[in-house]
Design a protein around this ligand. Structure first.
Ligand code: NAD
Ligand code: UDP
Ligand code: UDP
Length: 372
């Protein structure tokens, strides 16, 4: 081959996961947007372990440098502070596009919080923690912009360098689903103007853009629809149910169950998700693929598991639910099993203790428990 062509050929072969017999797998250059976040940092760990060169692009909106510090100084690792809403030029073989604040506090207004409007800021009084959380009132459209403009930019980058692009979409594209469990063929039941629509409609647009670039421009793409995921490094006060319950039980505060607690979710441990994302990227199918754990729990059942694992005396307190809260959600993972040979292996009772140790360390550090 001419200079450069060989690299291209090997790049493509590797991007497709096929390594010619007798040849050592060449390291790939992989971009992980949102790599300083919860899922992204676990993905980066796996890619680094595998020997690849990883570039993380993150604006640290919800992510933390701490999640990646163990890779600092490794010549195969690079961290760039950058907002994906702005264009960026990089040379890579694969793009895992995760950048998007995934936690509900950042996009939906919780009615249990008192909202006082100021010209540029909303101040939320958090009765749970007893302190003022300050959130920028432009978060919803910024989140939408990240999903739309950020995804467009990363697709533009994929097009320019011929990289394979993987979008982390969400089970939220199914909205408050009328089909149960949800298969990928279900089109969803989404309120386009609701409080969470910046997230679910944003991701739906991101999926559309991804398919448009694939069909119209021949970009190699993959789409994952991720269901609720938990594990170490989750943001502690992000308002998601598992992080809320675990932090509350550790702090000896009541577990806040919204509504009657009969709504259901399925909880996937982060290592299962990372395995699914890598199989999807390396596989032959575009998707979308549901990646989630089909084990279904009501929020009351989840509270009971948290009590079992952390504190059997933890109290439960009922709070009004948020608008447009999906009543049930459970993935049908038949397609991922068949085409990716993937299914989750970590049950909630097995995975939760790992997250609890991480939260315990981050909440109390070396302090005595309960003294935070
Ligand atoms: P996270 O908030 O921990 O991570 C998101 C990362 O993206 C953070 O590091 C944040 O700083 C970064 N980011 C946000 N906006 C950015 C921007 N404009 N430019 C650059 N970086 C930006 O969330 P997570 O749980 O790790 O989620 C990762 C991805 O998986 C998201 O796309 C999310 O929508 C998707 N997802 C997650 C779940 C889940 O349960 N964790 C469920 C469904 C989908
Ligand atoms: N883009 C980027 N990095 C690249 C190539 C493109 O950030 O390496 C951005 C580019 O600025 C544009 C978007 O991706 O806003 C879509 O690019 P594309 O080339 O598909 O569209 P065009 O620029 O022709 O509108
Ligand atoms: N929830 C709850 N208590 C909390 C936080 C959330 O009962 O402290 C409920 C919430 O109303 C929803 C479910 O838990 O029905 C999952 O919420 P989360 O925000 O974690 O994820 P999503 O709604 O995006 O699936």
């Amino acid at each position: 081959y001419e200079t450069g062509q060989e690299e291209k050929l090997f790049g493509r072969i590797n991007a497709g996961g096929k390594v010619p017999l007798g040849l050592k797998r060449k390291s790939l250059r992989i971009l992980v947007t949102g790599g300083a976040g919860f899922v992204g940092s676990h993905l980066v760990d796996r890619l680094m372990e595998r020997g690849d060169n990883v570039i993380v692009v993150d604006n640290f909106f919800t992510g933390r440098k701490d999640n990646l510090m163990h890779h600092f100084g490794n010549h195969r690792f690079e961290l760039i502070r950058h907002d994906v809403v702005e264009p960026i030029l990089l040379e890579v073989d694969q793009i895992y596009h995760l950048a998007c604040p995934a936690s509900p506090v950042h996009y939906k207004f919780n009615p249990v919080k008192t909202i006082i409007s100021f010209p540029h800021l909303h101040y939320f009084l958090s009765p749970m923690r007893g302190y003022f959380e300050v959130l920028n009132c432009d978060l919803a459209w910024r989140l939408h912009k990240t999903n739309v403009v950020g995804t467009l930019n990363m697709l533009g980058l994929a097009k320019r360098v011929g990289a394979r692009f993987l979008l982390t979409s969400t089970s939220e594209v199914y909205g408050d689903p009328l089909q149960h469990p949800q298969a990928e063929s279900y089109w969803g039941n989404v309120n386009p103007i609701g409080v969470r629509s910046c997230y679910d409609e944003g991701k739906r647009t991101a999926e559309t853009l991804t398919m448009d670039y694939h069909r119209g421009l021949g970009i190699e793409v993959r789409i994952a629809r991720i269901f609720n995921t938990y594990g170490p490094r989750m943001c502690i006060d992000d308002g998601r149910v598992v992080s809320n319950f675990v932090a509350q039980a550790l702090r000896k505060e009541p577990l806040t169950v919204y509504g009657d607690g009969k709504q259901t979710r399925s909880f996937q441990y982060v290592s299962d998700l990372v395995e699914g994302l890598i199989r999807l990227m390396e596989g032959e199918s575009v998707g979308p693929f549901n990646l989630g754990n089909p084990g279904e729990f009501t929020m009351l059942e989840l509270a009971q598991v948290v009590q079992e694992v952390i504190d059997p005396n933890a109290k439960i307190e009922f709070r009004p639910n948020t608008e447009d809260d999906p009543h049930k959600r459970k993935p049908d993972i038949t397609k991922a099993k068949r085409l990716l040979g993937w299914e989750p292996t970590v049950s909630l009772r097995k995975g939760l203790p790992h997250m609890v140790s991480d939260f315990r360390q981050r909440i109390f550090g070396n302090q005595k428990e309960g003294g935070a």
